[in-house]
Design a protein around this ligand. Sequence first.
Ligand SMILES: C[S@@+](CC[C@H](N)C(=O)[O-])C[C@H]1O[C@@H](n2cnc3c(N)ncnc32)[C@H](O)[C@@H]1O
Length: 345
Amino acid sequence: MSESSTQRVLDREPVEQMLQMMSGLWITRCIWVAAKLGISDLLADAARSVVDLAAATETHEDSLYRVLRALAMAGVYKEEEGRKFSLTPLSETLRSDVVGSLRGAAISEMGQVHYEAWGNLMASVKTGEIAFDNKFGKDIWAYFQTDPEQAENFNRYMAASSEPLNEAISTKYDFSGYKKLIDVGGGIGGMISAILAKNPDLKGVIYDAPSVVEQAKGFLASKGVADRCETIGGDFFESVPEGGDIYSMRWILHDWEDSKSLKILENIKKVLPEKGKLLLAEAVVPEAGEPHFSKFFDLIMLVMTGGRERTEKEWRELLEKASYKIERIIPTESFLSIIEAVPVR
Ligand SMILES: C[S@@+](CC[C@H](N)C(=O)[O-])C[C@H]1O[C@@H](n2cnc3c(N)ncnc32)[C@H](O)[C@@H]1O
């Protein structure tokens, strides 16, 4: 009997499923092109021919057609007679002007720097190094200083991505009794602007890199809370502004490994009043084999920042090491929870 005839023949179904998964790279690159070119915005009012779309985006017509045709096969866009395309519910999510828009996310997560870092995933797996830093010779935050366009898009994306959490944190968490919330690494203010809007007696501070807080000013004004929210530029590894009675961090500690996270927590503890609170808006990864979106985000941290998504046990251990005690973990409808901690003195 020849060797090949003894080889196991694979079932068709897992082969097809695996091929679908493998085409993920091709689909995400096409999504990135469409998002970057603003194709969904161009289709917002009506179907348009690829001739039109190519002219509006200054691209090569036939190549654009092939990309959109492939996306139509995946349910993103609908191909109509005469090489025309229209929106589907999936491509609606890539419009810039919709609440919860994923356009910024697609441009950022599927885009140039993330793509290069993912391409270098094997470096992280083999050595434990941060794939991004290994490829670019600097960390992502230093990189953003050199590429304002990508940085601004990332900051907008962060603000938009806090929308699913905003309703929960601004209504489920009771901010009455607090005077000033300081959002450490607050980006351009996605979360704090929602909290301030729901809590008219509360004042706020965004503390982030100087270039980021510059961009925050316009965002806060657009949300009508600029008069109650100060912006302070600085480095949270050096110090954190004093004067708050409640401090928050959304998606900050997941960016950093434990020793760096401890430094940030230590700097907050130095300025946190006796009865002050620290709120972390972070994923809590389920312990066993349960599915949770944070397990993918954990890989973004692996390749991009060197941080990690943590389980409840890991959060408790980290905060205990920094002399905080977790009082409550409040799940929300988004995949982030609110971890409420107090300093232990
Ligand atoms: C993942 S983003 C989260 C932004 C914001 N908290 C949000 O959820 O929309 C991380 C933020 O940390 C800020 N950051 C990074 N390193 C910093 C540092 N050393 N000091 C202050 N902010 C820093 C970045 O500029 C960025 O805005």
